[in-house]
Ligand binder design. Structure first.
Ligand code: HEM
Ligand code: FES
Length: 757
């Protein structure tokens, strides 16, 4: 096939064992993402896939793209190594990761339970204890190779605990455990192959003995005892030889992947000192930082699939029998999916979309154990050694191979006399809760300083905020809001300043007599120079560029998003009009500015002066392609809603800050099934359970933020079934189309939904 395809210069030069790929696989394939996202590499005899959407599509379809070659040795095994393995009766079978259907899914389902967040929580104390013990050993020394002194061994020991290997056998298995990387994905010499074969053979035999012991009493914790119990119920699904194989495979899957990922993460954070300092100051940022490290510099750089029928990927014809190298590290830095993809940003909101754990029905089962381990490593190191730094001028070496990636050594140094625990032993006791599962957007905070507080109207103050370190704040578009913590309460405020000024944000705060405290605090106690915790911005009130005219309706403090929208409409030359209602002119913020900048577009209604917005009259004059954007009291919004019921679906868009979500009352709800097409699972959502909770319990990553139907972050695509929409995010048109739903609050109308997850 290769001879039929013209091979470009870039494709001919591609060498996954060369320096450029080893140093930074994603950077070495930028040319491909831009020019030739699917190409044939004559060097390795594989088709190489480098863009996010294509890599994900290959992971998603495990029938057309079989995983059977995932662990095939890229360099064929020499005869001598083969006979060594035969001597040990080595009979490793396919195990999950390289198994085809219909065998794979029944086994995956049967063996999944110990990986769920609920079960993983039991392992947290063990991981923490091990990490502390290892750090204790070097904390006073001032210098360490973190790979040799911590990161290589802990994931192996954690894996043995996770498997349920008896303590007395751990040392032997640890001794036998070896690096599989070179042998599977590298260019091992025949001598190396023979040495690895010896080690693998010994390991295989000892694993068999341990298994025999566990069979005698499989009542304990761990994946192996669990699997032995499953075997008793389903002997046709989990066979004897399968048990032996997964014992070995479990260790391989859990060990080097996690050790490398942790080393990459610590290296990346120390190279980006400010990010390191930020996680030292706010451990709540660690889960998302871990995810960003996995995205930016993950430990599995590429994976493999076999094409089972003629097909096309990214528009390129690929024949049956072709082998694919799907470069997930390249996909993770694809600008088409991640903004400023090369930038390392621990607050990146969609970072958990990365493909380092694969995707779909073979997605890494151990992902949440790995996430937990790396979080704990970072938490312990940032707390006990915040002054840690990389030893300068060290060169990092990597084992040349296509897939597993992490530095061979990671030398760090610090001044032990400055260890915080010497001054304050309490440091040792502190701990931050681990987040099991995908990171929550709620935790992605930043610290801002109050720059200015000015009066905007009676009972309204305008507050200007900037980043505490003077950095640019995230970009935003009109309609966006931020969450600010005031006296322990999180309150949402629309941004009303200039989106082009990334140095500052402006919000306006109304003093509400019924306030939960936040607004009173902003009026009475907030001081210039004070720092606040902020989250966001988020936007579920965006202007639709397709509208012919924007009709902007504000009631009271609802003017804040509206003023930003009006500024934008004016800047781009879109027809618009503003209708601003209030009780009394003295309480209406920004009137002067609105008069100045939008005078001819502005109509003001002041009830104290007897002027009121006549909704029917307003609607009567509007063209069909106009859109109304409204923010204000619920009364105004529902009046508009009622009056526009017969209009096109997207005619009215409103901003809600409070959800109408009730607690789930099982008496009013029904349970339903949800089939997850990409993951090959069907889950039961109980009557008193949200769909989001059911997904999380089954280890399916879904982002979330508000968890009450307001923010849109928990969206999932719906392939079949009728949705009972309960969010406040989707427009009527979007609901009608039935293609997406918010998993935190919406449910099935009928017995079943099919989702693209
Ligand atoms: C599969 C990566 C840690 C157990 C996989 C796959 C990848 C991967 C890329 C193949 C996914 C696919 O084909 O779609 C990683 C990374 C890790 C890690 C980057 C650490 C950062 C772990 C740990 C365990 C584990 C700690 C076990 C405790 C598994 C298993 C599979 C798998 C059992 C096979 C799942 C299946 O095919 O159904 N992993 N892994 N992994 N991983 Fe991990
Ligand atoms: Fe915000 Fe679901 S998490 S809408």
């Amino acid at each position: 096939m290769s001879t039929r395809c013209p091979v470009s210069a870039g494709a001919a030069a591609f060498d996954p064992f060369g320096d450029a790929y080893q140093a930074d696989p994603a950077a070495s394939l930028r040319w491909s993402r831009d020019e030739e996202p699917v190409f044939y590499s004559p060097t390795i005899g594989y088709w190489v896939v480098t863009r996010y959407e294509d890599v994900k599509a290959v992971f998603r379809d495990n029938l057309l793209f079989s995983p059977s070659i995932a662990l095939e040795k890229i360099t064929p095994v020499c005869d001598e190594a083969t006979s060594v393995l035969a001597r040990y009766d080595y009979a490793m079978a396919r195990t999950l990761v390289n198994e085809d259907e219909p065998e794979h899914m029944p086994r995956r389902r049967a063996l999944m339970d110990p990986f769920t967040p609920k079960e993983l929580a039991h392992h947290e104390p063990m991981v923490r204890r091990l990490t502390r013990e290892y750090v204790d050993r070097f904390v006073d020394s001032g210098q360490a190779d973190l790979v040799d002194e911590m990161l290589w061994e802990i994931p192996l020991t954690v894996a043995l605990h996770f498997l349920g290997v008896p303590e007395e056998d751990m040392d032997t298995l640890r001794e036998y455990s070896i690096a599989h990387t070179v042998n599977t994905w590298g260019r091992p010499s025949p001598e190396e192959q023979v040495a690895v074969a010896e080690a693998v053979g010994r390991f295989w035999q000892y694993a068999g003995k341990v298994l025999g012991k566990l069979r005698e009493d499989p009542s304990g914790h761990g994946w192996m005892p669990f699997s032995i119990r499953v075997q008793r119920e389903k002997p046709e699904v989990i066979t004897d030889s399968y048990l032996h194989s997964i014992m070995m495979a479990g260790i391989v899957a859990a060990h080097e992947t996690t050790a490398n990922a942790a080393a990459n993460a610590i290296k990346l954070l120390l190279e980006n000192r400010r990010a390191w300092e930020e996680i030292c100051a706010d451990p709540g940022l660690i889960p998302n930082a871990v995810e960003e490290c996995l995205r930016h510099s993950g430990s599995v750089a590429a994976w493999r699939r076999l094409v089972t029928a003629d097909t096309s990927i990214g528009g390129v014809e690929i024949p049956k029998g072709a082998k694919l190298l799907i470069v997930n590290s390249s996909a993770n830095r694809d600008e088409r999916h991640f903004d400023n993809a090369d930038e390392f940003d621990i607050r990146r909101e969609n970072t958990a979309d990365h493909l380092t754990f694969g995707y779909g029905s073979h997605q890494c089962m151990g992902k949440n154990l790995a996430r937990m381990e790396i979080q704990i490593f970072l938490e312990e190191l940032t707390r006990r050694l915040p002054h840690l730094e990389l030893v300068p001028d060290q060169t990092f070496s990597y084992l040349p191979n296509t897939s597993f990636r992490g530095p061979d050594h990671l030398w760090v140094r610090w001044d032990p006399s400055a260890n915080p625990e010497r001054a304050d032993p309490e440091v040792l006791r502190a701990r931050h809760p681990v987040r099991i599962g995908e990171p929550s957007k709620r935790a992605i905070s930043r610290t801002v300083t109050v720059r200015e507080i000015t009066r905007a109207a009676d009972g309204v103050v305008r507050v200007t905020l900037s980043d505490v370190h003077g950095r640019q704040l995230p970009a935003w578009a009109p309609g966006a809001h931020i969450d600010i913590e005031l006296e322990g309460l999180s309150r949402q405020y629309s941004l009303c300043g200039d989106p082009d000024d990334r140095g500052r944000y402006e919000i306006a705060v109304l003093k509400e007599p019924e306030s939960r405290g936040g607004s009173r605090y902003a009026h009475e106690s907030l001081q210039v120079g004070q720092t606040l915790t902020m989250r966001g911005p988020r936007n579920h009130f965006r202007l639709d560029p397709a509208a012919g005219r924007y009709v902007l309706v504000a009631g009271g403090i609802g003017i804040t998003p509206i003023i930003a929208m009006a500024d934008h409409a004016r800047a781009i030359g879109k027809p618009y009009e503003i209708h601003y209602c209030g009780r009394d002119a003295s309480t209406m913020a920004f009137l002067d500015r609105l008069e100045r900048d939008h005078g001819d577009r502005l109509t003001v209604y002041v009830s104290a002066e007897g002027t009121r917005l006549d909704i029917d009259a307003l609607l009567a004059e509007l063209a069909e392609d106009a859109q109304i954007y409204a923010c204000g009291p619920e009364r105004l919004l529902s009046a508009l809603d009622e009056a526009t019921g017969h209009r096109p679906d997207d005619f009215l868009r409103v901003e809600h800050f409070t959800s109408t979500r009730r607690d789930l009352d099982p008496a009013d709800e029904h349970a339903f099934d949800v089939e997850l097409r990409d993951s090959g699972l069907t889950l039961r959502v109980a009557a008193d359970q949200t769909l989001l909770d059911a997904l999380r319990a089954a280890n399916i990553d879904v982002q979330s933020d508000c968890e009450e139907g307001l923010c849109g972050s928990c969206e999932a695509s719906v392939l079949d079934g009728e949705v009972d929409h309960r969010d406040l995010v989707l427009t009527k048109a979007e609901r009608g189309a039935g293609k997406v739903m918010m998993t935190c609050c919406s449910r099935a109308r009928g017995a079943k939904l099919v989702l693209g997850l």
